[in-house]
Design a protein around this ligand. Structure first.
Ligand SMILES: [Zn+2]
Ligand SMILES: [Zn+2]
Length: 142
């Protein structure tokens, strides 16, 4: 995800494009797994980006508002954040290593079609994520 794409997505969502927001988005992409806001802030500090905690947390929220980042619920009512592609998709979140894989809308299309057919409900948006153990963690524990 390039900075230009991130800036474009922020702009389209009516969010201001700031250096801090782009930095936070970069760090989130670099993390490549779900991280808590605190984790992310510590990563930024290690890179010596000179960004304050409150600023980093606010930047994260504006990235969520623009769909650049997504907030996922972890065990113990903690939130994890991940970077997200622009098109609609769902997630496979590994509860062991924290990696999050994106899966295409087509995997859940049959479920939404069935609900619409059976219940006469028109679905405009579906947020469906799957939590479990990734293939690498399964292999490691086998
Ligand atoms: Zn995503
Ligand atoms: Zn895993």
């Amino acid at each position: 995800m390039s900075r230009r794409t991130t800036a474009e997505r922020l702009r389209r969502a009516g969010q201001r494009v700031t250096q801090q927001r782009l930095l936070v988005a970069d760090a989130l992409v670099a993390a490549g797994r779900q991280v808590t806001a605190q984790d992310l802030y510590e990563r930024l500090r290690r890179r010596d980006e000179g960004i304050g905690r409150a600023t980093a947390f606010r930047a994260l929220e504006s990235l969520v508002a623009a769909g650049v980042a997504r907030r996922m619920e972890l065990e113990g009512h903690v939130y994890g954040y991940i970077a997200c592609r622009p098109d609609h998709h769902h997630h496979l979140a590994c509860q062991r290593c924290g990696r999050v894989q994106e899966i295409a809308e087509s995997y859940v299309a049959s479920v939404t079609r069935r609900v619409e057919g059976d219940l006469g409900f028109r679905i405009d948006d579906a947020r469906l994520d799957f939590y479990g153990t990734c293939a690498a963690c399964m292999a490691a524990s086998a």
